[in-house]
Design a protein around this ligand. Structure first.
Ligand code: FE
Length: 191
């Protein structure tokens, strides 16, 4: 794959169709500027500041822009709040629509046909495979992303995190928790 990308890139540059500087800027954006750390900071702010959380749930793109994240591919975003009664998970059954400004580019499994079909047919089974077993009384809501509307899950704030700073809280929020296939919590893998 990387060889194919290289070949394609040199051909496009050679023919003058793309500027290598533009490619470098794009790579820098997705390696350093957008990614799940952004989303984790949004979640940590929402956990710490009820007024921010209200703004985030009412108008996600505006509230996310407050933290300085650019809206490309996230112009229309909705934040879904997990509660003890409701667990939200996100899929794009058609392709791989994903909230880039807050999560970066989607992981391979998010784009895979099995996830896209099975998240809808058997969400609890899929969550179990991610290691998340939900009690029967918790309602699972599956949201189908589109290019027009993308979703970010606001996970539940873990118990015992009172008094933590926003930065410490952000470390508890994984990409998977913001797609809704995991919970936020102590011991999550670093992003
Ligand atoms: Fe899509």
């Amino acid at each position: 794959m990387s060889l194919r990308v290289k070949a394609l890139e040199s051909l496009l540059v050679e023919k003058g169709l793309v500027d290598p500087a533009a490619l470098d800027a794009l790579v820098d954006t997705y390696e350093n500027k957008v990614g799940p750390r952004n989303g984790a900071r949004v979640v940590a702010r929402a956990w710490s500041d009820p007024a921010y959380k209200a703004r985030l749930l009412a108008n996600a793109p505006e509230a996310i822009a407050e933290l300085g994240y650019r809206p490309e591919q996230g112009e229309h975003m909705m934040v879904l709040e997990n509660t003890p009664q409701v667990h939200n998970m996100v899929v794009c059954t058609l392709c791989s629509c994903y909230p880039w400004p807050v999560l970066g580019l989607p992981p391979v499994w998010y784009k895979s046909a099995p996830y896209r079909s099975r998240a809808v047919i058997d969400p609890r089974g899929v969550l179990r495979e991610f290691g998340l077993e939900l009690p029967d009384e918790v309602e699972v809501r599956v949201w189908d992303s589109t290019a027009e509307l993308r979703y970010l899950v606001l996970p539940e704030r873990p118990a015992g995190t009172e008094g933590m700073s926003e930065e410490e809280l952000a470390d508890l929020v994984s990409r998977d928790a913001m797609v809704g296939v995991a919970k936020a919590g102590v011991g999550v893998a670093k992003l």
